[in-house]
Design a binder for this molecule. Structure first.
Ligand code: PEP
Ligand code: MN
Length: 338
């Protein structure tokens, strides 16, 4: 249930709603918006409480039942767009934020070369996987702890925030100590204990879409993080599985306007994992910006032919530099900067 207070409602009136929710045994989350306060009343059986129990309270403007399973990620709860700050880089504002780097951290030289190249081309966040959730147990699993140390080193040397994936709920604290953003991968979108743990952490979270999950399931997964008190959630569309096999996954470009309507959360697009081939990445990246993406997550490798993971879909530094110029033009055309 969503309780919307009147503009300028006093604290006592908000407290009265919180108290009434407590009397039913419900939890609440408050959004002190610029315009008005909105209160989400949360519980497994809010459907049994009459809306009038809240509607009669002073300065309550409206009480709405949300029938969809997600509440905190919903625009009804937070009408204004959320902005997430990653070490001073804002995601969800006018500027389109580009995060780029190798799929996996492979060596100091590989990471530093990639990091310097993507920074010079205008990327503002460095990506790199230290723990790789591979479909096969025999594939390269990442440098793990050593990879985290290299990411922390790159961050310190280049003054660039770093994003990496965390695959295990027990490792959240350890990973968080070395990076600026925690990535929850497609294969873990419904790993609820992992979502809860990243929700208890203070770092921003990029939540990738499960490749066989609906938008509703994705936003409900985001609620697991938000419910723990971490409101720094960024979604990332990375393509879904369909019958089409000419690309690695099918880029669901329509999820962008759908999410913008349904949710206040910022959204990135990862064209690399959707495309599966470097030659297709630029078109998908350009389309994403045109369709309203708040940023991009792109794989760039100094020498894709030698990459241990995802070389075929990785851009070279020079391809990436060229793409950044093209992206700038599209960003400007849709009233944004890059
Ligand atoms: C990644 O970004 O490194 C990755 C593994 O992507 P996804 O979870 O989308 O497959
Ligand atoms: Mn990859």
């Amino acid at each position: 249930m969503i309780v919307e207070m009147r503009k300028g409602a006093v604290k006592e009136s908000v407290d009265a709603v919180v108290e009434r929710a407590g009397s039913f045994g419900f939890d609440v989350q408050l959004n002190f918006g610029t315009d008005k306060t909105v209160i989400a009343v949360l519980g497994s059986n809010t459907g049994q409480a009459p809306t009038d129990a809240f509607a009669v309270l002073p300065e309550v403007e409206s009480v709405t039942r949300i029938m969809r399973p997600y509440k905190l990620a919903a625009r009804e709860f937070k009408p204004e767009n959320s902005r997430v700050s990653i070490g001073g880089v804002e995601v969800g504002g006018d500027r389109v934020v580009v995060m780029a780097g190798p799929c996996a951290v492979e060596s100091e030289e590989q990471l530093m070369t990639a990091a310097k190249a993507v920074k010079a081309a205008g990327a503002s966040v460095l990506r790199g996987g230290a723990f790789k959730p591979r479909t096969s147990p025999f594939s390269f699993q990442g440098l793990e702890r050593a990879g985290l140390d290299l990411l922390a080193k790159a961050r310190d040397e280049l003054g660039m925030p770093v994003i990496t994936e965390v695959v295990d709920s027990q490792a959240v604290e350890m990973v968080a100590a070395s990076v600026d953003v925690l990535q929850v991968g497609s294969r873990n979108m419904q790993n609820f204990s992992l979502l809860t743990q990243v929700g208890r952490n203070h770092l921003p979270v990029v939540l990738k879409r499960g490749y066989s999950c609906t938008v509703t399931e994705w936003l409900t997964a985001a609620d697991y993080v938000l419910a723990e008190g971490n409101d720094q959630v960024i979604l990332c569309e990375r393509g879904i599985r369909t019958f089409e096999d000419s690309t690695r996954f099918s880029m669901d470009i329509s999820s962008l306007p759908v999410i913008k309507k349904a949710s206040h959360l910022p959204i990135l697009v990862d064209p690399s994992h959707a495309a599966g081939h470097y030659s297709l990445v630029p078109a998908l990246a350009l389309a994403a910006i045109a369709a309203g993406a708040d940023g991009l997550l792109i794989e760039v490798h100094p020498n894709p032919k030698e990459a241990l993971v995802d070389g075929l879909q990785s851009l070279t530094p020079s391809d990436f530099t060229r793409l950044m110029e093209e992206l700038r033009a599209i960003a400007e055309a849709v009233g944004r900067s890059l």
